[in-house]
Design a binder for this molecule. Sequence first.
Ligand SMILES: [Fe+2]
Length: 310
Amino acid sequence: MDVNGLSESLVFGRKITGLVAADLGDESIVRELRDLWVRYGLIVFRDGQCDPDFQVALSRCFGELQVHAVKEMLHPERDELFVAKGGGTDSSLLEVNGEVLGGYIPWHSDQVFLAETNHGGILRVAVQPEVGGNTGFIDQIEAYDALPPAMKERIEGMEVVYVMKAGTIPNFHFLPHQVIRLVRGQPFQQQLDAKIEQGLYPPVVHPLVFVQPETGRKVLNLSPMFADSILGMDPAESDDLLWTLADHLTDERRAYDHEWQPGDMVLWDNWRMLHCARGVPENMYREVHRTSITGDYALGRVLAEAAAES
Ligand SMILES: [Fe+2]
């Protein structure tokens, strides 16, 4: 395999070419892959093996895999693969800054509305649209480093409350740089809203800053999507601070936009990289298969438990 930077200007991310299943039997290669994942946060695998079995085997090098609870969303042959569909006739449609898109998801961390978030995942595009379908990534270590010193001092020790909100994406707060309007709802929305009503997603708390244990680097640990408030802060002050931080964090000048080529797979560190789905034009269809690599950074808590402890 061959390891290179993604571009001259990016401080995160690596591109690995030519990786195949036989390489995964070599412990030194697997160790190097894990090290690159932690150090660079994002790995694009290109011009190597690319199929469901290899995607699962490669994902297992980084940890145990989760099987998604919703059976209808699983790959027909591999339970470890979650199938995400965007666009097509039964997808939700959003107008984003004047453009109607299917499969658009703003900047977020996966599972941040749970106390235990997955450590990462590997994405593979199964159906590539003719236009669009890019995946964006932002490094929260780089974003932390770019904060003014006074802000770093201010936010140290703060915690953020996350809530899975009923309704569609326009109901979420703290999504700067975009005006989103619902054009067509998604078919699963009512089922999801019913689960929220039943209390299956109690509010959770995560630290606003955490230290990557392997390197000592600090992460601006904020997912603008799903964020609700700063724990214990006056609501107006909390809103103001979260808007300021979300605006800084989702500055597109620090983003990497992955344009998918046939045979690509992309691994990211969900504890350190924000990602977003740029969506597809309304008449296009895109299908992505992804794994979820488990782990627990052990810093998230259910809000009711957090309140009881303080
Ligand atoms: Fe995601």
